[in-house]
Design a protein around this ligand. Structure first.
Ligand code: SAM
Length: 197
C-alpha cells in the first residue's frame, strides 16, 4: 500500500498574503493545477483540491479538468488526464475538510505549510513516521499561494509542518517546487543506500 494513499493535498487561494502582509485572494493559475496534479499522481495521493472562494475561478479549474477529460485532448498527453482526474474544486479549507470526510469516511488531520519557521512546527521525521505508522489516518496538506498562507489559514490547521530550509538562506520556492519537495520527504520511496550509484 502506497503511503500517500490516504493523503490529500489542497491549493488555497484565500486567505493568502501579499508581499506587504495584506490578506488577499489570488487567481488560479493553470500551471499550478497541472503541476500539483502531476505531483499528486506521482506520489499516489488520494486527491488534490483547488480552493477558491470565487465561483468564476472554480469554473476555470473545472474547465481545465473537463478539457483534459476529453479523449481528443487526452490523446495529446495521455498521462495528463490521469493526473487531472485527481482534481476537485472547493470554496475553502472548511469545504475541503467536509469533502474529504464524505469521500474518505474520516475527517482529515489538516496540516499547514509555510516557508516561515515558527513555534510548534511538526518535523518532517515526525510526520513521515506518523504516515507510515498510521497509514489509514486521513491527512490533508494545505499549500498556499501568493506570499503564503495568512495566519487565519494556519490557525485553521491542526498542525503546521516545519519549513523546507537550506543553509543558503535563500527561501523563495514556488508552490509547485515546494509541493514536490514536501511530498517526496513525506511519502517518497525509500532509496536503499548506494542505489543508483
Ligand atoms: N514566503 C511564503 C511562505 O512563507 O509560505 C512562500 C510562498 S510560496 C510562493 C507559496 C506556498 O508554497 C506556501 O504557502 C507554502 O505552501 C509553499 N512553500 C513555499 N516555500 C516553502 C518552504 N520553504 N517550506 C514549506 N512550504 C513552502
Amino acid at each position: 500500500m502506497t503511503p500517500g494513499r490516504r493523503l490529500f493535498l489542497a491549493l488555497v487561494h484565500h486567505p493568502v498574503l501579499t508581499a506587504d502582509g495584506r490578506t488577499v485572494t489570488t487567481s488560479v493559475t493553470n500551471l499550478d493545477v497541472h503541476d500539483l496534479a502531476r505531483s499528486a499522481r506521482t506520489y499516489s495521493l488520494a486527491g488534490l483540491l483547488i480552493a477558491s472562494p470565487i465561483e468564476a475561478q472554480r469554473r476555470i479549474v473545472e474547465h481545465i479538468v473537463d478539457y483534459w477529460n476529453d479523449p481528443i485532448h487526452a490523446a495529446r498527453i495521455p498521462g495528463r488526464r490521469e493526473a487531472l482526474a485527481l482534481v476537485g474544486v472547493v470554496c475553502d479549507i472548511e469545504e475541503a475538510r467536509e469533502r474529504i470526510l464524505a469521500e474518505a469516511g474520516q475527517a482529515p488531520i489538516v496540516i499547514g505549510t509555510s516557508a516561515r519557521p515558527g513555534p510548534g512546527r511538526t518535523s518532517w521525521h515526525t510526520l513521515r513516521t506518523a504516515i507510515r505508522e498510521a497509514p489509514e489516518t486521513v491527512r490533508l496538506i494545505i499549500m498556499g499561494t501568493g506570499w503564503g498562507l495568512a495566519d487565519e489559514a494556519l490557525r485553521a490547521c491542526d498542525e503546521i509542518l516545519e519549513p523546507i530550509e537550506q543553509a543558503s538562506g535563500y527561501n523563495h520556492l514556488s508552490v509547485r517546487s515546494a509541493t514536490a519537495v514536501i511530498l517526496d520527504r513525506l511519502v517518497g520511496s525509500e532509496r536503499p543506500e548506494g542505489a543508483g550509484t
